[in-house]
Design a protein around this ligand. Sequence first.
Ligand code: SAM
Length: 456
Amino acid sequence: MIQLPSQFKERSREVVAPAEYDAFISSFDMEQPVSVRMNPYKKGEAPFCQERIPWCSEGYYLSSRPSFTLLPVFHGGAFYVQEASSMFLEQLFLQGIFPAIGKDIRVLDLCAAPGGKSTHIASLLGKEGLLVANEVIKPRSKILVENVQKWGTANTMVTNSDPRAFGNLCHFFDVMVVDAPCSGEGMFRKEPLAREEWSEDNVSLCAQRQRRILADAWDALAPGGFLIYSTCTFNREENEENIAWITRNYEVEPVEISLVSEWNVVRTETEGISAFRFFPHRIKGEGFFVTVMRKSSGERVERKNRAVGKGVFLSPAKNDMQELKNWFGHPGDWEFGVRNQEVYAFYNGRKADAEQIAAKVNLIYPGLDVGQLFHNKLKPAHALALCNDLSSSVVPVASLDEADALNYLRKADVGCEKFALSLNLIVYRGVSLGFLKRIGNRCNNMYPKEYRILNL
Ligand code: SAM
């Protein structure tokens, strides 16, 4: 096993109580807990719901690590494999943000891939709020799209832009989450190679980059809006010292968050702003640091949607509208826009948001991808199969057993006799996995090639 860097061990004395120091250092050699967060909108039978994570309503620890790839519902977005400490984000929304400004809000998750926090926020917002999940690194933004589609909440847009571009969306967001790229000390247990890559210089570089990210995107946050800043590292430079830097450069106010003492989370305070530290010797989870504060500067501004030129999302033709609405359980909730022949569905009012976002940043996934229209008939996209509001009567359901569900996900042969003619929704234990089309005795497995399971 690669040793912990000696300067890291020394510097950790600044953040860990002396009596806990040995336990802290030993915790890096202990087995890491496995945890998942369930999707509250997927009504399937949960494959495992064991010990609860106390700060997250849908979070569970597992007693061992299963092969997630072999669980078909994993591919249908029934749960997300996520480290438990990060799920504390929920408390910031439930205790701090929703009571103050409600759920009809716009949230920016600025450093979002692969999507752990985004899928969590999407669950919390439901159909009232809008989440914009951004990832600057292109290949990572594609993984983010995949995870957003699987989650099925349809309240999430994905962008692929540098944080600087968001400064142009002035005061657009009510909440900005900056889960910053960091020196990763909290990952020393999960990814031992992170120990080799650590250096004091890299800590300083990370701290500077975090400040730049915050400064570049600051204008995107509305006055009265909330900033959540987090890292998975322990040192003060990337954490409390960055809070101090924020308070020196911007006007911010504290946000009240209560802790339950049994959680064993440590609160620190910098210039009146609380932050929460998760230490692996105190809690079942990895190292994590998170703070929430409110941008001051007067009253919260009520915005009207500003009109944007011609717009990039065309309205579908009138006679296509009925066809599109047929696919949804709550047809009145939706509006539609067509870009490059692809139809996207937005919760009411969010199409105008998509126009504004598309005008300023690189909007790669604007809303729920519904599919393409041919002669007033929809050829549905994969994302629609996984959407939580897909109408239960529009497509016959084919429930598969585990072996066939895995074959479907591999795009291997699943036979044809059990399927209805034309389109079928493939379901395993109540969770949709995708579409399949039967034409006579031939079946077209519509599961996307790029997502298929390669090795069983
Ligand atoms: N929030 C994610 C989650 O919960 O799954 C994890 C985010 S990870 C800690 C930080 C992300 O920031 C990475 O996806 C990384 O690609 C991205 N990143 C790296 N450099 C960046 C930069 N200069 N500006 C913005 N994001 C950056």
